[in-house]
Design a protein. Sequence first.
Length: 346
Amino acid sequence: MFDWSNISRYCKLPNSEFKYYFLVVSVLLSTVFSLNLLFLVVIRYNEINDGYQVVKVKWDLACSPQTSSIIFLGDSSGDQGIAPSVVKEEIRCSSLNLCTLGNLLLVDDLWLLESYLEKSPSPQSVVLVHVYDVWHRKSPNIGALRQIPISTQAWDELTPIVDLGWFWKTSILIDQFIPMYSRRLTLHQFIWHPSELMSERNELEFTEYGFRPCKVNSLEGTIADRENHLKFVSENNFIPSMINSLAYQKIIEHCKKHNIRLFVASSPLDEKLASDQFFQGYYNELQQWLEKSSNGHPHVTVISELFLVPEHELERVDHVTVDAAHRYSRWLAEKIKSMPEYSHAQ
């Protein structure tokens, strides 16, 4: 039998009382551990955060050995706007859609490219697709970045465009393995409003090569989103954020090192927003900056032309339904096909 007397004397508690407290603490810790494990299993197989689902799917694709001639990086406008199967019909080249979320900025694009190049042969081209209002954003969504499903060692191999030290890695462990703390708002909903929470869960649909089709338009959502964008462009001039500028230059460096042609394109866009004079002024400033930032890099092609979409084919100003996504994919493919290295596809 274990002798409790030495420990109880050290803690200045009677032997029987120490046993009682030890038992209570053990039961509490076991309960918390079991509940945390249960919640971890629930959210792992029933993820209700759409953004987290997108991050995990695209990173699983990037970290699996691939042989793709073209990879697409960018935000959710590309995630729902680029169909690799359509691109293949036009260019007769395989491609992979690794577009994720706008609030991850170009940080995620850079890391996805680095991880892809670590696992797979270099593609011929990288196509960077972002809606116009991503480039000015200053802070990525750290919580979503920490959902990237890679090992601690793999984090050490990425460019530290944000601090990837011990605090970052500790936070990842907490985010991924102690969800009762990191996902406490979700846990609160799960406890008090489980039926409402599960009704919000949306099992996202992806094609084999990363395209997430949007099948339903939203006229009301598009109009409301347009109003927000019109307000934004009427009140702001374009100023690129430091973090996006650094990530963009690093992407250019990788493309140069691996002899990859880089295309930079804007997302498909609501035609009514594009007709606004304030938007046009803002967009022209962005294009001038992109051209200047890419100057001296002959392997970089900035596609300044916009692909415009009527509002009845939109979920938001930059999120298109399937038919428009197929047209945008063909349009992008035509731009890519105009380059000499793709002349065989013409």
